[in-house]
Each structure stands twice: as structure tokens, then as C-alpha cells.
Write a protein that binds this ligand. Structure first.
Ligand code: PEP
Length: 249
């Protein structure tokens, strides 16, 4: 059995003070909840506040991106060792908003994945098709290509902590959710592509999260699918009560 992972992606929301307020309210709501792993990914600036607030709890803290180099002249960027130094344990890589607005490519996702793995961060690699690709029947091809390129020259031995998030771009922040069956089908494609890259044993253990307008109202149906190993939650993770109810689905 794969332990489910429920992750919050706060995007460009919440100051450090607002992060502290969130944890003050959220932690008592999920205290003792050990059925699933819980991760919250605030902005870089709120990481320290979040790590301090969540210390000793059942909630881990992650970042929303990294640069792939160890250090260097890369203005505005943050590397893996800096994330580890503030106590982050996870990192989202290749989110569709990074791909859409900030020029993230399959190749940069690959570099970032390698860097995260080398440093000992748990990577959450996002893949997913846009609406036009789904309408054109290209979902399989897109998911296979994104996985193949992301995993290029990554060794199965080093990638043991890998988590993949299937996030159909048309479902992110739109209120449209993939049906549990659509998500399960996409997860099966990702799992089969992962088996090609890393072998069937690795693929069987891989956790594949679903992301795209997950809400308290649809979390139970989605999480009941055998292929769905957790959720990556944007908008509905900003409110402690709403995120706690997703965690407890
Ligand atoms: C996300 O940001 O990864 C996401 C899935 O957003 P939302 O839940 O708001 O659709």
C-alpha cells in the first residue's frame, strides 16, 4: 500500500505572519492524523516561518521551485542547499504555472529533479496536458513525453523518494476537476511510463498525486481511486479548515 501524500501549494499567497496564523489554526485540526503524509509549500519568504510553526508536528514543509545549480550568479534564484538549510524537505518541480509563465521546459524540469535528488530533497514533479491537447487526444503522448524527459538519466536508485503530480492544466484554479476515472487513467499512463524508465517495481511504489481544483467536496471521491495516491491542492489549501477537511477526506 502506498501512503497518500496531501500537499498544499500556496502559490504567491501568504506573508510569514499569515503563514504563522494558518499553522496556529491548522495544526490542531490535523493533530494525530497519521493515515496520510501532509506537506505545505509556501513561498520562499514564508518557509522559515512555516518550518518554525510546524516544528514537531506531522506537517512537512516544501518549496515551490528550485534552481538546478549548487550556487552561482543566478539573480533571484534559490538552490537546494538553501532550502535544506531552512528546513524544507520537499520541492515542487515543473508546476504548470512555471511552465506556462516562466519558461520552464521538460529539460529544466530534468535538471531540477536531478539537483533535488542529489541534495536529498523529496521532489514532487508536476505533469499534465492543456485543454487543446486533451481535446486532440494527445494526453497520453504529452504525459509520456513529460515523464520521459523529466526522468532522463535519473537513476532509479537515486529517485526512490520521487513523487509525481498529475495536474491537468485545464483543471488548475478553474473549478473544473478531472473525474476520478479520468485521473485514474492518466495515473496509469504515468505509472507505465515510469516503469519504462525505472522498472516495474519502482513504478508500483511510485506515489502519483492528483491536482486540479481539489476541494473538500470532491476529495473523498478522488482519493478513493486506487490509482490516486494523494493530492496537490492550490486554492483550497489556503484556508486551514478547507485544507484540513481535504486531508481528512
Ligand atoms: C495547483 O496549484 O497545483 C493546483 C492544483 O491549484 P488548484 O487546486 O487551485 O486548482
Amino acid at each position: 500500500m502506498r501512503t497518500k501524500l496531501i500537499a498544499a501549494n500556496w502559490k504567491m499567497y501568504k506573508t510569514p505572519d499569515q503563514a504563522r496564523d494558518f499553522f496556529r489554526d491548522f495544526l490542531p485540526m490535523v493533530q494525530g492524523h497519521d493515515r496520510d503524509e501532509i506537506v505545505v509549500c509556501p513561498t520562499y519568504l514564508a518557509l522559515d516561518a512555516a518550518v518554525t510553526a510546524a516544528k514537531g508536528s506531522n506537517v512537512a514543509i516544501g518549496a515551490q521551485d528550485i534552481h538546478w545549480e549548487k550556487d552561482g550568479a543566478f539573480t533571484g534564484e534559490i538552490c537546494a542547499t538553501m532550502l535544506l538549510a531552512v528546513g524544507a524537505t520537499h520541492v515542487i518541480i515543473g508546476h504548470s504555472e512555471r511552465r506556462q509563465y516562466f519558461g520552464e521546459t521538460d529539460d529544466s524540469v530534468n535538471l531540477k529533479l536531478k539537483s533535488a535528488i542529489e541534495a536529498g530533497l523529496i521532489p514532487i514533479v508536476c505533469v499534465g496536458e492543456v485543454l487543446e491537447e486533451r481535446a486532440a487526444g494527445l494526453t497520453d503522448d504529452v504525459l509520456r513525453r513529460q515523464c520521459l524527459r523529466a526522468f532522463h538519466k535519473v537513476s532509479a536508485k537515486k529517485a526512490v523518494s520521487l513523487v509525481v503530480a498529475y495536474e491537468p492544466v485545464w483543471a488548475i484554479g478553474t473549478g473544473k476537476t478531472a473525474t476520478p476515472q479520468m485521473a485514474a487513467d492518466a495515473h496509469a499512463i504515468i505509472r507505465s511510463e515510469t516503469a519504462e524508465s525505472f522498472g516495474p517495481e519502482f513504478a508500483a511504489k511510485l506515489r502519483i498525486l492528483y491536482g486540479g481544483s481539489v476541494k473538500p467536496e470532491n476529495a473523498h471521491a478522488l482519493m478513493s481511486e486506487e490509482e490516486i495516491d494523494g493530492a496537490l491542492v492550490g486554492g483550497a489549501s489556503l484556508d486551514p479548515k478547507s485544507f484540513a477537511s481535504i486531508v481528512k477526506y
